[in-house]
Design a protein around this ligand. Structure first.
Ligand SMILES: *Cc1c(COP(=O)(O)O)cnc(C)c1O
Length: 362
């Protein structure tokens, strides 16, 4: 059994992939080829955001978003304690200060009730992460941001395709970023990322920053970075978008079926009624995680831990002696969460094997 299944998907779009590769090999514009712009347009249409800038990966996308905001060293960015390290990494790389907030234990996303008490004179940005494929309480976060004149950047690396009150993730904040890493909900065959915004000035700045700070060739207005999505990867993503809507539905079907069978046995994902999840991960909570994982392994059920260490306990953040207290829900989640096999092509028979094994091992 596979945790992810990229082979079934590949077989479904094989003809399109071949056509796309052949056409790109023929025109030879491997960087900034027409497929990149086409993909940006398609994903704007899909998300509803006005502008999209393709870049090299999801981490760069986050970095570009923050670089576009003219922040000063020491400015504070409020984010969640429970996320992949990249979220905090870009903050630290830019000389900014991550201010970590605990999570809502139901959704694993930033606890909105804990945000306002962390806002200081130096706070400039709130960066919620749409963890496991579900948006945070974006209306509440956007209201807090508006009240305190802050910018909201959604780290939507795991939630492309999810919706929040009828709008799509990547279009529910001032700026949003996503990743096309091979195991994300929308993924290419290598690295890729994208930044979304509906603000024209920010869009121009982000595009410039991704291209060495130059809007015109050899005319550099800012110190930027070199961050591009290869044309071949854009071609892969265009092919994958032809089946993406179906895949989002299939993910949702798998997630709901898992939950129906498991919610009486352990803590299963809570998807709030005003939003959908793309189940980038299907993550449950168990006590005695280590032995549970081992028992599943013996039954050939692959699992992963997303994530075993909350940000505030990462060695690099501890070394920096950032004072962090009251992050109990995040710490608790890090000790109990475990993700089960999840992909759009997980058939019912395989789902049942996972379900039965989980029930037996609890
Ligand atoms: C995957 C991920 C990233 C980084 O994306 P890359 O494309 O691997 O750089 C950032 N934030 C979160 C929450 C992620 O899951």
């Amino acid at each position: 059994m596979d945790f992810f299944d990229l082979k079934t998907q590949q077989a479904k779009i094989k003809t399109l992939l071949d056509q796309s590769y052949n056409s790109i090999l023929k025109h030879g514009k491997f960087i900034k080829g027409p497929e990149v712009g086409e993909l940006e347009c398609l994903l704007c249409e899909y998300t509803g955001a006005t502008y999209a800038v393709a870049c090299a990966n999801g981490t760069d996308a986050l970095q570009l978003a923050l670089m576009a905001l003219d922040l000063k060293p020491g400015d504070e960015i409020i984010t969640t304690d429970f996320t992949f390290f990249a979220t905090a990494e870009v903050i630290l790389l830019l000389g900014l200060k991550p201010v970590l907030v605990d999570i809502d234990p139901e959704t694993y996303n930033i606890d909105v009730a804990s945000i306002e008490s962390k806002i200081t004179e130096k706070t400039k940005v709130i960066m919620p992460v749409s963890l496991y494929g579900q948006c945070s309480d974006m209306n509440e976060i956007n209201s807090i941001a508006a009240k305190h004149n802050l910018v909201v950047v959604e780290d939507a690396a795991q939630s492309f395709g999810a919706s929040y009150k009828g709008k799509k993730s990547c279009n529910v904040s001032k700026i949003a970023t996503t990743s096309f890493f091979p195991t994300k909900p929308l993924a290419c065959y290598g690295d890729g990322g994208m930044v979304f915004t509906s603000d024209s000035d920010l869009h121009q700045k982000i595009r410039r920053l991704a291209s060495h700070g130059a809007a015109k060739k050899y005319h550099h207005e800012d110190v930027g970075i070199n961050s591009r999505l290869d044309t071949l990867q854009a071609g892969v993503l265009l092919a994958k978008m032809t089946i993406f809507k179906d895949e989002v539905e299939q993910r949702s079907d798998v997630g709901e079926r898992y939950s129906k069978a498991l919610s009486n046995h352990c803590k299963t994902p809570v998807v709030k009624s005003d939003r959908t999840s793309v189940y980038a991960q299907y993550t449950i909570e168990v006590d005695n995680r280590e032995s549970f994982q081992q028992k599943l392994k013996e039954k050939n059920i692959p699992t992963f831990i997303h994530y075993p260490t909350p940000l505030h306990q990462q060695p690099v953040l501890q070394k920096m002696k950032m004072a962090h207290t009251d992050l109990v829900n995040s710490l608790n989640a890090s000790q109990k969460v475990i993700s089960l096999p999840m992909h759009p092509y997980l058939d019912k028979e395989t789902q049942d094997k996972v379900i039965q094994a989980v029930q037996e091992c609890l």
